[in-house]
Design a binder for this molecule. Structure first.
Ligand code: OAD
Length: 237
């Protein structure tokens, strides 16, 4: 695909806030997934080794809930931008849901993995996964049992695609963080990379995270992101 290189290269980083209005809880704050829970009991390799049933059950529940949810207007607006914008655009998501894809996004870099995929700890194969996993599940590739885990990145593990995405972010001229608290590194570092290269940095959130961004656009993503995409495409059609 060829891009108009006179237009800004837009890098978008999304977090749980972009899926909140689809009914998927965020992690932090009231009603969040981590509220009253110790994340190290669920989202670490140590937890998986110690209590595989508990960890599998947590992700099984989230997987089945995800299958009942629908993308919202913010996912659709981002997808429209990816398809209609003539410049270069990169969508990075910390979310493990597939709502960007179902909202029409042609390319999503899931740095924290994908809930609807499994990974075999024996052979490394990654497969689509819509059913529950348990300690007896067999790998479709190597047929080992008890080796499948959710294809998600846990605390203490390295996020995916970082080298490629650092490079893209260094090349960005416009950086937008949508619905993320900016508390989890290295994802939270993308804005600093973008800033160090003089990209214009915009934050979309209900509340401002800190003073790193050039512009803060308050409000629910379904409204603010839709209006932003309308204005960007209006200017660049
Ligand atoms: P958080 O739960 O930390 O933050 C969600 C952000 O979305 C908050 O800043 C909210 O204010 C904002 N928000 C909520 N509803 C919104 C809406 N309708 N419109 C706009 N903003 C809204 O989620 P993340 O920043 O995504 O990692 O969390 C980062 C990582 O921490 C996750 O990927 C996950 C988690 O632990 C792993 O599991 C590795």
């Amino acid at each position: 695909m060829t891009h108009n290189s006179t237009l800004p290269h837009i890098v978008i980083l999304t977090g749980a806030g972009v899926s909140a209005e689809s009914g998927i809880p965020t992690f932090r704050g009231p009603g969040g997934l981590w509220e009253g829970r110790d994340i190290t009991e669920l989202a670490t390799p140590q937890a998986f080794r110690a209590q595989p049933h508990v960890v599998q059950r947590f992700y099984n529940e989230r997987r089945q809930i995800l299958l009942t949810k629908q993308p919202n207007a913010a996912h659709a607006a981002i997808a429209r931008l990816q398809k209609e914008y003539s410049g270069r655009i990169t969508l990075i998501s910390q979310n493990i849901d597939d709502l960007h894809e179902r909202g029409g996004s042609p390319e999503v870099w899931h740095i924290h993995g994908e809930l609807l995929k499994s990974r075999c700890t024996h052979c490394g194969a990654v497969h689509e996964c819509r059913d529950d996993l348990d300690t007896a599940s067999a790998c479709p590739a190597c047929h080992s049992t008890g080796k499948l885990r959710p294809h998600v990145v846990w605390f203490g593990e390295t996020p995916l695609f970082l080298e490629e995405l650092d490079a893209r972010t260094r090349d960005a001229t416009l950086f937008a963080a949508i619905g993320t608290s900016g508390l989890v590194y290295p994802a939270a570092n993308f804005v600093h990379i973008a800033r160090s290269r003089d990209a214009r940095c915009i934050e979309f959130n209900l509340e401002s995270s800190d003073g790193v961004f050039d512009e803060f656009i308050p409000g629910p993503a379904t409204q603010t992101v839709t209006a932003w995409v309308d204005s960007l495409l209006g200017h660049t059609h």
